[in-house]
Write a protein that binds this ligand. Structure first.
Ligand code: C5P
Ligand code: C5P
Ligand code: ZN
Length: 473
Protein backbone atom coordinates (compact mmCIF):
# COMPACT_ATOMS: atom_id res chain seq x y z
CA UNK A 1 0.00 0.00 0.00
CA UNK A 2 2.99 2.26 0.52
CA UNK A 3 3.52 4.98 -2.06
CA UNK A 4 6.91 5.96 -0.72
CA UNK A 5 9.80 5.62 -3.16
CA UNK A 6 12.06 3.91 -0.56
CA UNK A 7 11.20 1.89 2.60
CA UNK A 8 12.88 4.42 4.94
CA UNK A 9 10.67 7.16 3.57
CA UNK A 10 7.63 4.89 4.01
CA UNK A 11 8.52 4.40 7.68
CA UNK A 12 8.93 8.14 8.16
CA UNK A 13 5.59 8.80 6.41
CA UNK A 14 3.88 6.21 8.59
CA UNK A 15 5.19 7.88 11.75
CA UNK A 16 4.03 11.30 10.52
CA UNK A 17 0.62 9.88 9.61
CA UNK A 18 0.22 8.21 13.02
CA UNK A 19 1.02 11.50 14.73
CA UNK A 20 -1.56 13.31 12.59
CA UNK A 21 -4.21 10.69 13.39
CA UNK A 22 -3.58 11.39 17.09
CA UNK A 23 -3.81 15.17 16.63
CA UNK A 24 -6.67 17.22 17.99
CA UNK A 25 -6.64 20.10 15.54
CA UNK A 26 -4.18 20.49 12.71
CA UNK A 27 -3.24 23.63 10.82
CA UNK A 28 -1.70 23.08 7.39
CA UNK A 29 0.71 25.88 6.49
CA UNK A 30 1.89 26.01 2.88
CA UNK A 31 3.89 28.03 0.39
CA UNK A 32 2.16 30.37 -2.06
CA UNK A 33 2.98 28.80 -5.39
CA UNK A 34 1.63 26.01 -7.58
CA UNK A 35 3.54 23.34 -5.68
CA UNK A 36 2.57 24.83 -2.30
CA UNK A 37 -1.10 24.99 -3.25
CA UNK A 38 -1.19 21.46 -4.58
CA UNK A 39 0.69 20.30 -1.45
CA UNK A 40 -2.01 21.96 0.63
CA UNK A 41 -4.76 20.41 -1.48
CA UNK A 42 -3.28 16.90 -1.28
CA UNK A 43 -2.71 17.16 2.49
CA UNK A 44 -6.12 18.77 3.04
CA UNK A 45 -8.00 16.11 1.07
CA UNK A 46 -6.17 13.31 2.88
CA UNK A 47 -6.86 14.83 6.32
CA UNK A 48 -10.50 15.32 5.36
CA UNK A 49 -10.87 11.69 4.26
CA UNK A 50 -9.12 10.60 7.46
CA UNK A 51 -11.60 12.62 9.52
CA UNK A 52 -8.86 14.77 11.05
CA UNK A 53 -10.06 18.33 11.82
CA UNK A 54 -7.85 20.86 10.07
CA UNK A 55 -7.56 24.32 8.61
CA UNK A 56 -5.31 25.82 5.97
CA UNK A 57 -3.07 28.85 5.87
CA UNK A 58 -0.42 30.17 3.46
CA UNK A 59 2.77 32.23 3.67
CA UNK A 60 4.88 33.95 1.05
CA UNK A 61 8.00 33.00 3.02
CA UNK A 62 8.17 31.00 6.20
CA UNK A 63 10.31 33.11 8.53
CA UNK A 64 10.67 33.38 12.30
CA UNK A 65 7.73 35.78 12.41
CA UNK A 66 5.44 33.42 10.50
CA UNK A 67 6.38 30.48 12.71
CA UNK A 68 5.72 32.60 15.81
CA UNK A 69 2.30 33.50 14.41
CA UNK A 70 1.48 29.80 14.00
CA UNK A 71 2.76 29.10 17.50
CA UNK A 72 0.35 31.68 18.90
CA UNK A 73 -2.68 29.77 17.56
CA UNK A 74 -4.27 26.90 19.48
CA UNK A 75 -3.59 24.09 17.02
CA UNK A 76 -1.61 21.25 18.56
CA UNK A 77 -0.03 20.10 15.30
CA UNK A 78 1.29 22.29 12.48
CA UNK A 79 1.70 20.47 9.18
CA UNK A 80 4.18 22.42 7.02
CA UNK A 81 4.01 21.63 3.32
CA UNK A 82 6.40 22.82 0.57
CA UNK A 83 8.45 24.67 3.17
CA UNK A 84 9.61 24.06 6.70
CA UNK A 85 12.81 22.06 6.09
CA UNK A 86 14.84 25.23 5.52
CA UNK A 87 13.32 26.80 8.65
CA UNK A 88 13.75 23.93 11.13
CA UNK A 89 15.82 26.27 13.33
CA UNK A 90 12.90 28.70 13.69
CA UNK A 91 10.49 25.79 14.14
CA UNK A 92 12.65 24.09 16.81
CA UNK A 93 12.35 27.13 19.09
CA UNK A 94 8.59 26.64 19.35
CA UNK A 95 8.72 22.87 19.30
CA UNK A 96 10.98 22.94 22.39
CA UNK A 97 8.58 25.29 24.15
CA UNK A 98 5.73 22.92 23.43
CA UNK A 99 3.85 25.48 21.32
CA UNK A 100 3.04 22.85 18.69
CA UNK A 101 4.23 19.55 17.24
CA UNK A 102 5.65 20.13 13.75
CA UNK A 103 5.09 17.67 10.91
CA UNK A 104 7.06 18.74 7.83
CA UNK A 105 6.42 17.49 4.28
CA UNK A 106 8.87 19.42 2.13
CA UNK A 107 11.55 19.07 -0.54
CA UNK A 108 13.79 22.08 0.12
CA UNK A 109 17.35 21.87 1.38
CA UNK A 110 17.08 21.35 5.18
CA UNK A 111 18.63 23.83 7.59
CA UNK A 112 21.97 22.63 8.97
CA UNK A 113 22.35 21.18 12.43
CA UNK A 114 18.69 20.81 13.43
CA UNK A 115 16.37 17.85 13.15
CA UNK A 116 12.82 17.12 14.09
CA UNK A 117 11.00 13.84 14.55
CA UNK A 118 8.31 14.13 11.87
CA UNK A 119 10.31 15.32 8.89
CA UNK A 120 9.34 13.89 5.50
CA UNK A 121 11.76 15.20 2.87
CA UNK A 122 13.03 13.25 -0.18
CA UNK A 123 16.52 14.72 0.34
CA UNK A 124 16.80 12.78 3.62
CA UNK A 125 16.27 9.55 1.68
CA UNK A 126 18.65 10.08 -1.21
CA UNK A 127 15.96 11.39 -3.55
CA UNK A 128 16.55 14.59 -5.49
CA UNK A 129 14.20 17.32 -4.26
CA UNK A 130 14.48 19.46 -7.39
CA UNK A 131 13.79 16.76 -9.97
CA UNK A 132 12.40 13.60 -8.39
CA UNK A 133 9.85 14.74 -5.82
CA UNK A 134 8.24 18.10 -5.12
CA UNK A 135 6.47 19.44 -2.05
CA UNK A 136 3.19 18.09 -3.40
CA UNK A 137 4.91 14.73 -3.96
CA UNK A 138 6.05 14.67 -0.33
CA UNK A 139 2.49 15.55 0.72
CA UNK A 140 1.23 12.71 -1.50
CA UNK A 141 3.54 10.18 0.19
CA UNK A 142 2.08 11.39 3.48
CA UNK A 143 -1.47 11.20 2.08
CA UNK A 144 -0.98 7.54 1.19
CA UNK A 145 0.32 6.83 4.68
CA UNK A 146 -2.78 8.52 6.14
CA UNK A 147 -5.09 6.00 4.40
CA UNK A 148 -7.22 3.97 6.83
CA UNK A 149 -10.39 1.88 6.51
CA UNK A 150 -10.51 1.45 2.74
CA UNK A 151 -9.63 5.07 1.86
CA UNK A 152 -7.74 5.22 -1.46
CA UNK A 153 -5.81 8.44 -1.98
CA UNK A 154 -4.16 7.50 -5.27
CA UNK A 155 -6.36 9.95 -7.18
CA UNK A 156 -4.47 12.73 -5.37
CA UNK A 157 -1.39 11.80 -7.41
CA UNK A 158 -2.87 13.85 -10.28
CA UNK A 159 -2.86 16.97 -8.09
CA UNK A 160 0.69 16.19 -6.95
CA UNK A 161 1.79 15.92 -10.59
CA UNK A 162 0.49 19.45 -11.17
CA UNK A 163 2.77 20.54 -8.31
CA UNK A 164 5.81 18.76 -9.73
CA UNK A 165 5.22 20.21 -13.19
CA UNK A 166 4.65 23.66 -11.65
CA UNK A 167 7.99 23.37 -9.88
CA UNK A 168 9.68 22.67 -13.24
CA UNK A 169 10.73 19.21 -12.10
CA UNK A 170 10.29 17.61 -15.51
CA UNK A 171 13.65 16.75 -17.07
CA UNK A 172 13.55 17.26 -20.85
CA UNK A 173 9.78 17.45 -20.50
CA UNK A 174 9.37 14.22 -18.55
CA UNK A 175 8.90 13.47 -14.86
CA UNK A 176 11.47 11.02 -13.55
CA UNK A 177 12.32 8.97 -10.47
CA UNK A 178 9.82 9.13 -7.62
CA UNK A 179 7.73 11.54 -9.70
CA UNK A 180 7.34 8.85 -12.37
CA UNK A 181 5.98 6.46 -9.74
CA UNK A 182 3.48 9.12 -8.76
CA UNK A 183 2.38 9.39 -12.38
CA UNK A 184 1.81 5.62 -12.42
CA UNK A 185 -0.40 5.89 -9.33
CA UNK A 186 -2.44 8.69 -10.92
CA UNK A 187 -2.87 6.65 -14.10
CA UNK A 188 -3.87 3.54 -12.12
CA UNK A 189 -6.47 5.61 -10.25
CA UNK A 190 -7.88 6.88 -13.55
CA UNK A 191 -7.14 10.50 -12.61
CA UNK A 192 -4.21 11.03 -14.95
CA UNK A 193 -3.15 10.20 -18.49
CA UNK A 194 0.38 10.37 -19.83
CA UNK A 195 1.11 10.75 -23.52
CA UNK A 196 3.49 11.99 -26.18
CA UNK A 197 2.34 15.15 -27.87
CA UNK A 198 3.52 18.48 -29.18
CA UNK A 199 5.60 19.97 -26.37
CA UNK A 200 4.06 23.40 -26.53
CA UNK A 201 2.33 25.27 -23.73
CA UNK A 202 -1.39 25.96 -24.17
CA UNK A 203 -2.71 22.93 -26.06
CA UNK A 204 -5.98 23.05 -24.10
CA UNK A 205 -6.85 26.71 -24.24
CA UNK A 206 -4.92 28.62 -26.89
CA UNK A 207 -6.28 29.15 -30.42
CA UNK A 208 -3.88 27.43 -32.85
CA UNK A 209 -2.11 30.53 -34.21
CA UNK A 210 -1.44 31.78 -30.66
CA UNK A 211 -0.28 28.30 -29.64
CA UNK A 212 2.36 28.32 -32.38
CA UNK A 213 3.27 31.99 -32.08
CA UNK A 214 4.13 31.50 -28.41
CA UNK A 215 5.94 28.21 -29.00
CA UNK A 216 9.43 29.54 -28.49
CA UNK A 217 11.27 26.84 -26.52
CA UNK A 218 12.32 25.50 -29.90
CA UNK A 219 12.54 28.54 -32.12
CA UNK A 220 10.79 27.85 -35.42
CA UNK A 221 11.80 30.54 -37.93
CA UNK A 222 8.79 32.27 -39.47
CA UNK A 223 6.36 30.92 -36.85
CA UNK A 224 7.69 31.51 -33.33
CA UNK A 225 6.90 35.07 -32.24
CA UNK A 226 4.96 35.70 -35.45
CA UNK A 227 1.17 35.57 -35.40
CA UNK A 228 0.90 36.18 -39.14
CA UNK A 229 3.59 33.56 -39.79
CA UNK A 230 1.65 31.04 -37.69
CA UNK A 231 -1.59 31.85 -39.53
CA UNK A 232 0.12 31.47 -42.89
CA UNK A 233 1.55 28.11 -41.86
CA UNK A 234 -1.83 26.83 -40.64
CA UNK A 235 -3.66 28.07 -43.73
CA UNK A 236 -1.18 26.27 -45.96
CA UNK A 237 -2.07 22.91 -44.40
CA UNK A 238 -4.59 20.39 -45.61
CA UNK A 239 -6.24 20.47 -42.18
CA UNK A 240 -9.32 22.46 -41.28
CA UNK A 241 -8.04 24.59 -38.44
CA UNK A 242 -11.22 26.64 -38.08
CA UNK A 243 -14.62 25.77 -36.69
CA UNK A 244 -17.89 26.08 -38.62
CA UNK A 245 -18.15 29.59 -37.19
CA UNK A 246 -14.72 30.24 -38.71
CA UNK A 247 -13.16 30.58 -35.27
CA UNK A 248 -9.67 29.18 -34.81
CA UNK A 249 -9.67 25.74 -33.26
CA UNK A 250 -7.44 24.83 -30.33
CA UNK A 251 -5.08 21.83 -30.35
CA UNK A 252 -7.61 19.81 -28.32
CA UNK A 253 -10.30 20.43 -30.94
CA UNK A 254 -8.30 18.60 -33.62
CA UNK A 255 -8.68 14.87 -34.19
CA UNK A 256 -5.71 12.61 -33.48
CA UNK A 257 -5.05 12.36 -37.19
CA UNK A 258 -5.20 16.14 -37.68
CA UNK A 259 -2.80 16.63 -34.78
CA UNK A 260 -0.34 14.21 -36.31
CA UNK A 261 -0.55 16.02 -39.63
CA UNK A 262 -0.01 19.47 -38.11
CA UNK A 263 2.87 18.18 -35.99
CA UNK A 264 4.66 16.55 -38.90
CA UNK A 265 4.16 19.64 -41.07
CA UNK A 266 5.68 21.67 -38.24
CA UNK A 267 8.67 19.35 -38.05
CA UNK A 268 9.14 19.53 -41.85
CA UNK A 269 8.88 23.32 -41.71
CA UNK A 270 11.47 23.50 -38.90
CA UNK A 271 13.84 21.17 -40.77
CA UNK A 272 13.55 23.16 -43.97
CA UNK A 273 14.49 26.29 -42.02
CA UNK A 274 17.63 24.68 -40.63
CA UNK A 275 16.50 23.97 -37.06
CA UNK A 276 19.00 21.40 -35.70
CA UNK A 277 17.74 17.82 -35.22
CA UNK A 278 18.25 17.93 -31.44
CA UNK A 279 16.03 20.98 -31.21
CA UNK A 280 13.40 19.38 -33.41
CA UNK A 281 13.21 16.40 -31.04
CA UNK A 282 12.29 18.88 -28.30
CA UNK A 283 9.10 19.71 -30.19
CA UNK A 284 7.58 16.46 -28.98
CA UNK A 285 7.37 15.70 -25.28
CA UNK A 286 5.42 14.07 -22.51
CA UNK A 287 2.12 15.62 -21.48
CA UNK A 288 0.23 14.96 -18.30
CA UNK A 289 -3.53 15.17 -18.70
CA UNK A 290 -5.97 15.33 -15.81
CA UNK A 291 -8.43 12.73 -17.00
CA UNK A 292 -11.38 13.88 -14.89
CA UNK A 293 -11.24 17.53 -15.99
CA UNK A 294 -13.14 19.00 -18.93
CA UNK A 295 -11.13 19.04 -22.18
CA UNK A 296 -10.29 22.54 -23.37
CA UNK A 297 -9.93 23.95 -19.86
CA UNK A 298 -6.73 24.99 -18.05
CA UNK A 299 -7.43 22.21 -15.55
CA UNK A 300 -7.05 19.46 -18.12
CA UNK A 301 -3.29 19.97 -18.62
CA UNK A 302 -0.84 19.81 -15.70
CA UNK A 303 1.25 22.66 -17.04
CA UNK A 304 -1.66 25.02 -17.70
CA UNK A 305 -3.22 24.07 -14.36
CA UNK A 306 -0.02 25.00 -12.54
CA UNK A 307 0.09 28.42 -14.20
CA UNK A 308 -3.52 28.99 -13.17
CA UNK A 309 -2.55 28.20 -9.59
CA UNK A 310 0.45 30.53 -9.62
CA UNK A 311 -1.92 33.22 -10.87
CA UNK A 312 -3.90 32.91 -7.64
CA UNK A 313 -1.41 32.23 -4.85
CA UNK A 314 1.25 34.67 -5.97
CA UNK A 315 -1.38 37.43 -5.85
CA UNK A 316 -2.57 36.84 -2.27
CA UNK A 317 -5.43 34.61 -3.44
CA UNK A 318 -4.23 31.17 -2.35
CA UNK A 319 -7.79 30.58 -1.11
CA UNK A 320 -9.00 30.69 -4.72
CA UNK A 321 -6.35 28.26 -6.00
CA UNK A 322 -6.93 25.87 -3.14
CA UNK A 323 -10.68 25.87 -3.77
CA UNK A 324 -10.04 25.05 -7.45
CA UNK A 325 -7.70 22.20 -6.46
CA UNK A 326 -10.33 20.87 -4.09
CA UNK A 327 -12.97 20.78 -6.82
CA UNK A 328 -14.71 24.18 -6.90
CA UNK A 329 -15.59 24.61 -10.57
CA UNK A 330 -17.83 27.65 -10.22
CA UNK A 331 -16.95 30.88 -8.44
CA UNK A 332 -13.35 30.01 -7.63
CA UNK A 333 -12.56 28.90 -11.18
CA UNK A 334 -14.00 32.12 -12.63
CA UNK A 335 -11.96 34.21 -10.21
CA UNK A 336 -8.83 32.18 -10.99
CA UNK A 337 -9.32 32.81 -14.72
CA UNK A 338 -9.60 36.53 -14.14
CA UNK A 339 -6.41 36.44 -12.08
CA UNK A 340 -4.74 34.42 -14.84
CA UNK A 341 -5.20 37.25 -17.33
CA UNK A 342 -3.39 39.63 -14.99
CA UNK A 343 -0.66 37.08 -14.29
CA UNK A 344 0.00 36.51 -18.00
CA UNK A 345 0.15 40.24 -18.63
CA UNK A 346 2.58 40.69 -15.72
CA UNK A 347 4.84 37.87 -16.97
CA UNK A 348 4.95 39.27 -20.47
CA UNK A 349 5.59 42.82 -19.21
CA UNK A 350 8.25 41.47 -16.86
CA UNK A 351 10.03 39.65 -19.68
CA UNK A 352 9.88 42.76 -21.83
CA UNK A 353 11.35 44.78 -18.99
CA UNK A 354 14.30 42.39 -18.76
CA UNK A 355 14.74 42.50 -22.55
CA UNK A 356 14.76 46.29 -22.57
CA UNK A 357 17.00 46.84 -19.57
CA UNK A 358 19.31 43.87 -20.04
CA UNK A 359 21.43 42.17 -17.42
CA UNK A 360 24.71 43.16 -15.78
CA UNK A 361 27.46 40.64 -16.41
CA UNK A 362 29.79 39.43 -13.68
CA UNK A 363 32.51 36.85 -14.32
CA UNK A 364 30.40 33.96 -12.95
CA UNK A 365 26.83 35.19 -13.06
CA UNK A 366 24.48 37.79 -14.52
CA UNK A 367 21.91 39.88 -12.69
CA UNK A 368 19.21 42.51 -12.96
CA UNK A 369 17.45 44.68 -10.41
CA UNK A 370 13.77 45.14 -11.29
CA UNK A 371 13.05 47.41 -8.31
CA UNK A 372 9.27 47.74 -8.13
CA UNK A 373 8.81 47.05 -11.85
CA UNK A 374 8.26 43.31 -11.31
CA UNK A 375 6.27 41.91 -8.40
CA UNK A 376 8.58 40.12 -5.97
CA UNK A 377 6.32 37.05 -5.95
CA UNK A 378 6.81 36.47 -9.70
CA UNK A 379 10.34 37.79 -10.27
CA UNK A 380 11.67 34.22 -9.95
CA UNK A 381 9.33 32.98 -12.67
CA UNK A 382 10.38 35.88 -14.91
CA UNK A 383 14.06 35.16 -14.22
CA UNK A 384 13.52 31.51 -15.17
CA UNK A 385 11.62 32.39 -18.34
CA UNK A 386 14.24 34.97 -19.31
CA UNK A 387 17.04 32.41 -19.52
CA UNK A 388 17.84 31.76 -23.13
CA UNK A 389 15.39 34.46 -24.31
CA UNK A 390 15.32 38.12 -23.23
CA UNK A 391 19.09 38.46 -23.82
CA UNK A 392 19.89 36.29 -20.80
CA UNK A 393 22.65 33.76 -21.31
CA UNK A 394 22.22 30.10 -20.32
CA UNK A 395 25.94 29.69 -19.65
CA UNK A 396 25.75 31.48 -16.28
CA UNK A 397 23.11 31.59 -13.53
CA UNK A 398 20.86 34.62 -13.37
CA UNK A 399 20.06 36.54 -10.20
CA UNK A 400 17.10 38.91 -9.99
CA UNK A 401 16.24 41.53 -7.39
CA UNK A 402 12.83 43.01 -6.70
CA UNK A 403 11.60 45.29 -3.98
CA UNK A 404 9.85 43.38 -1.22
CA UNK A 405 9.38 46.40 1.05
CA UNK A 406 11.33 49.65 1.49
CA UNK A 407 13.59 47.79 3.92
CA UNK A 408 13.92 44.42 2.19
CA UNK A 409 14.87 43.12 -1.23
CA UNK A 410 13.70 39.80 -2.67
CA UNK A 411 16.31 37.76 -4.52
CA UNK A 412 15.56 34.99 -7.00
CA UNK A 413 18.10 32.89 -8.81
CA UNK A 414 17.86 30.33 -11.59
CA UNK A 415 20.39 27.99 -13.18
CA UNK A 416 20.28 25.15 -15.70
CA UNK A 417 20.65 21.38 -15.47
CA UNK A 418 23.98 21.64 -17.25
CA UNK A 419 25.33 24.10 -14.68
CA UNK A 420 24.11 21.92 -11.81
CA UNK A 421 25.95 18.95 -13.29
CA UNK A 422 29.09 21.12 -13.23
CA UNK A 423 28.64 21.79 -9.51
CA UNK A 424 26.25 24.75 -9.25
CA UNK A 425 24.19 24.79 -6.04
CA UNK A 426 22.15 27.97 -5.88
CA UNK A 427 20.60 26.94 -2.57
CA UNK A 428 24.03 27.20 -0.93
CA UNK A 429 24.83 30.40 -2.84
CA UNK A 430 21.61 32.11 -1.75
CA UNK A 431 21.94 30.89 1.83
CA UNK A 432 25.56 31.93 2.30
CA UNK A 433 25.53 35.19 0.34
CA UNK A 434 22.33 36.26 2.14
CA UNK A 435 23.75 35.42 5.53
CA UNK A 436 26.86 37.45 4.74
CA UNK A 437 24.73 40.58 4.25
CA UNK A 438 22.29 39.99 7.10
CA UNK A 439 19.51 38.18 5.23
CA UNK A 440 18.42 34.59 4.71
CA UNK A 441 17.72 32.26 1.82
CA UNK A 442 17.72 28.76 0.42
CA UNK A 443 15.88 26.53 -2.02
CA UNK A 444 17.20 24.05 -4.58
CA UNK A 445 20.43 23.62 -6.54
CA UNK A 446 18.81 24.84 -9.75
CA UNK A 447 16.49 27.49 -8.32
CA UNK A 448 16.74 29.34 -5.04
CA UNK A 449 15.90 32.64 -3.40
CA UNK A 450 16.59 34.96 -0.50
CA UNK A 451 15.51 38.10 1.30
CA UNK A 452 18.22 40.65 2.08
CA UNK A 453 18.32 44.15 3.60
CA UNK A 454 17.73 46.85 0.97
CA UNK A 455 21.01 48.45 -0.04
CA UNK A 456 23.11 45.31 0.26
CA UNK A 457 22.50 44.14 -3.32
CA UNK A 458 26.00 44.99 -4.62
CA UNK A 459 27.67 43.28 -1.69
CA UNK A 460 25.37 40.29 -2.15
CA UNK A 461 26.34 39.99 -5.83
CA UNK A 462 30.04 40.04 -4.94
CA UNK A 463 29.57 37.19 -2.48
CA UNK A 464 27.37 35.23 -4.88
CA UNK A 465 29.78 35.74 -7.77
CA UNK A 466 32.64 34.38 -5.68
CA UNK A 467 30.62 31.39 -4.42
CA UNK A 468 29.46 30.42 -7.91
CA UNK A 469 33.05 30.73 -9.09
CA UNK A 470 34.18 28.32 -6.38
CA UNK A 471 31.40 25.84 -7.21
CA UNK A 472 32.07 25.82 -10.94
CA UNK A 473 35.82 26.09 -10.23
O1 C5P B 1 9.45 26.74 -3.46
P1 C5P B 1 9.42 25.83 -4.59
O2 C5P B 1 10.29 24.65 -4.48
O3 C5P B 1 8.02 25.39 -4.78
O4 C5P B 1 9.78 26.62 -5.89
C1 C5P B 1 10.41 26.01 -6.94
C2 C5P B 1 10.74 27.06 -7.96
O5 C5P B 1 11.94 26.68 -8.55
C3 C5P B 1 9.70 27.16 -9.05
O6 C5P B 1 9.28 28.49 -9.17
C4 C5P B 1 10.41 26.75 -10.31
O7 C5P B 1 10.19 27.70 -11.31
C5 C5P B 1 11.87 26.74 -9.95
N1 C5P B 1 12.57 25.57 -10.53
C6 C5P B 1 13.18 25.70 -11.75
N2 C5P B 1 13.82 24.62 -12.34
C7 C5P B 1 13.86 23.42 -11.69
C8 C5P B 1 13.28 23.28 -10.42
C9 C5P B 1 12.62 24.39 -9.87
O8 C5P B 1 13.15 26.78 -12.33
N3 C5P B 1 14.47 22.39 -12.27
O1 C5P C 1 10.96 32.87 -5.01
P1 C5P C 1 11.62 31.98 -5.99
O2 C5P C 1 10.69 31.41 -6.98
O3 C5P C 1 12.82 32.55 -6.62
O4 C5P C 1 12.14 30.77 -5.12
C1 C5P C 1 12.97 29.75 -5.66
C2 C5P C 1 13.14 28.67 -4.61
O5 C5P C 1 13.85 29.18 -3.49
C3 C5P C 1 11.82 28.20 -4.05
O6 C5P C 1 11.95 26.82 -3.85
C4 C5P C 1 11.70 28.92 -2.74
O7 C5P C 1 10.94 28.22 -1.81
C5 C5P C 1 13.13 29.01 -2.30
N1 C5P C 1 13.37 30.17 -1.40
C6 C5P C 1 13.84 29.97 -0.11
N2 C5P C 1 14.06 31.03 0.73
C7 C5P C 1 13.84 32.30 0.33
C8 C5P C 1 13.35 32.54 -0.98
C9 C5P C 1 13.13 31.44 -1.83
O8 C5P C 1 14.05 28.82 0.27
N3 C5P C 1 14.05 33.31 1.17
ZN1 ZN D 1 8.02 23.21 -4.15
Amino acid sequence: MSAAPVPEMADCAAACADRLHEAGRVIVASHIDADGLTSAAVAGAALERAGIPHEQTFYDQLDAEAVAELAATDYDVVLFTDFGSGQLDDIAVHEERGDFVPVVADHHQPADGVETEYHLNPLLFGINGARELSGAGAAYVLARALERDGVDNRDLAATAVVGAVGDMQAVDGELVGANAALVEDGVAAGALAEGKDLAVYGKQTRPLPKLLEYATDTHIPGISNSYTGAVEFLEGLDVDCRSEEREWKRWVDLTDDERRRVASALVRHAMSRGVPAGKIDDLVGTTYTLANETPGTELRDASEFSTLLNATARYDRADVGLAVCLGDRDGALDTARTLLRTHRRNLSEGLNWVKEHGVTDEPNLQWFDAGDEIRETIVGIVAGMSMGTAGVDRSKPVIAFAEESPEETKVSSRGTGTLVRKGLDLSAVMGEAAEAVGGGGGGHDVAAGATIPAGTEREFIDHANQLVGEQLG
